[in-house]
Design a binder for this molecule. Structure first.
Ligand code: NAD
Length: 301
C-alpha cells in the first residue's frame, strides 16, 4: 500500500520504519529536516509537503504533538482534506489529542466523504520501535476493517473501542487511572519506609494481596523490588512526567465536557503539574516516589 506518515518524531519515525519493513511504500513528512533525513535513511520517501505526502496515499497516518497540530494538518490550507479531494484514502490519527477535536475532525471528514479514525497508542517509544504498540481505535466498523491490517504492522493489540472519539476516551481513562494508581503505590511504599517496614517485604505481600497493580509489579516507583523498573535507573523514562501531565490535562478536559466527577484525577493532575514545574518533567512518571520523599507532610499539593 501507499502510506503517508505525517509527523516523524519519537513515535512516528519508528512506526513508519515498521510500515516499511512490512513492505509498504511510505511517504513521510515532518517540519524538522533532521527527522525527514532519518526517514530517508530508513528507506522511506521524503515528501516536500503534506500535500505531496498524501498525493497517492491509500492510508494517511498522523502522529503529531496535540489537537491543534492535527487540525492544522488536516483542515489547514494545503492540508490533507484539500489535497485528497476526489479520492478517499483512510485517515488514521494516532496522536494523543482531545476527544472533542477528534469528533469534530471526523465529522468534517465525513462531510468531505472521508473516513477518519482516532487510534491513539500505548507502549511508548519502545513499543513503537518493536512494533508492539496497543492501538485503541474509534470510528466506523468499515474504517476499522480497513485500518486493522495496516496497524498490525505497528502493534500487537488492535482494539475497536467504539464510535469516533472512543479511542481517545479509552486512552484518557486508562492514563488517568494509571496516574492515580502510581501515586497511591508511591505513597504506600514511602509510608512503609518511614514506618521501618522492609520494601521487599511490602512488595512480596502487596503484590499478591488486594493492592496489587501494574504500577507496583511492573513499574514499582520505589527502587529495589522490580529490577527493570525506571526507579532503578534514576527514573530515566519510560513514560515521562510531561507526557503524563499532558494526558491528565486531556482527561480533565474530557471530564469537564462530560460533567463527570474526577476528584482524584484532578488531584493527580495538580501533583504532576507541580512535579513538572519542579524539574521532573523529563523523568519517568514513577519519580513521584522520590518527589514525595522530599516533601514535608503538611506541604502536600
Ligand atoms: P514528537 O514531538 O517527538 O513528534 C511529533 C512530530 O510532529 C515532530 O517531529 C514535529 O516536528 C512534527 N510536526 C509538528 N507539526 C507538524 C506539521 N504541521 N507538519 C508535519 N510535522 C509536524 O512527539 P512523539 O513523542 O512522537 O508523540 C506523538 C504523539 O504520540 C503525541 O500526541 C504523544 O502524546 C503521543 N504518544 C507519545 C508517546 C511517547 O512515549 N513518546 C506514547 C504514547 C503516545
Amino acid at each position: 500500500m501507499n502510506i503517508a506518515v505525517i509527523g516523524l518524531g519519537n513515535m512516528g519515525l519508528p512506526m513508519a520504519a515498521n510500515l516499511l519493513r512490512a513492505g509498504h511504500s511510505v511517504a513521510g513528512y515532518d517540519l524538522v529536516a533532521e527527522n525527514r533525513a532519518r526517514h530517508a535513511a530508513n528507506g522511506g520517501r521524503v515528501a516536500t509537503s503534506v500535500a505531496d505526502a498524501v498525493g497517492d496515499a491509500d492510508v494517511v497516518l498522523t502522529m503529531l504533538p496535540a489537537g491543534q497540530h492535527v487540525e492544522a494538518v488536516c483542515m489547514g490550507q494545503g492540508g490533507v482534506f484539500d489535497a485528497v479531494k476526489g479520492r478517499s484514502p483512510l485517515l488514521i490519527d494516532s496522536s494523543t489529542i482531545d476527544v472533542d477535536t477528534v469528533r469534530k475532525l471526523a465529522a468534517e471528514a465525513r462531510i468531505a466523504g472521508l473516513d477518519l479514525l482516532d487510534a491513539p497508542v500505548s507502549g511508548g517509544v519502545g513499543g513503537a520501535t518493536a512494533g508492539t504498540l496497543t492501538f485503541m481505535v474509534g470510528g466506523t466498523a468499515a474504517g476499522f476493517a480497513r485500518a486493522e491490517p495496516v496497524l498490525k504492522a505497528m502493534g500487537k493489540a488492535i482494539i475497536h473501542a467504539g464510535a469516533s472519539g472512543a479511542g481517545q476516551a479509552a486512552k484518557a481513562c486508562n492514563n488517568m487511572m494509571l496516574a492515580i494508581n502510581m501515586i497511591g503505590v508511591a505513597e504506600g511504599f514511602l509510608l512503609a519506609d518511614r514506618l521501618g517496614l522492609d520494601r521487599q517485604k511490602l512488595f512480596d505481600i502487596a503484590s499478591t494481596a488486594t493492592s496489587q497493580s501494574w504500577a507496583m509489579t511492573s513499574y514499582c516507583p520505589a527502587p529495589g523490588p522490580v529490577p527493570a523498573a525506571p526507579s532503578n535507573r534514576d527514573y530515566a523514562p519510560g513514560f515521562a512526567t510531561a507526557l503524563m501531565l499532558k494526558d491528565l490535562t486531556l482527561a480533565q478536559g474530557a471530564a469537564a465536557s462530560a460533567g463527570s466527577p474526577t476528584p482524584l484525577g484532578a488531584h493527580a493532575r495538580r501533583i504532576y503539574a507541580a512535579m513538572a514545574e519542579q524539574g521532573e518533567a523529563g523523568q519517568d512518571f514513577s519519580v513521584v516516589f522520590r518527589w514525595l520523599a522530599t516533601k514535608p507532610r503538611d506541604e502536600a499539593v
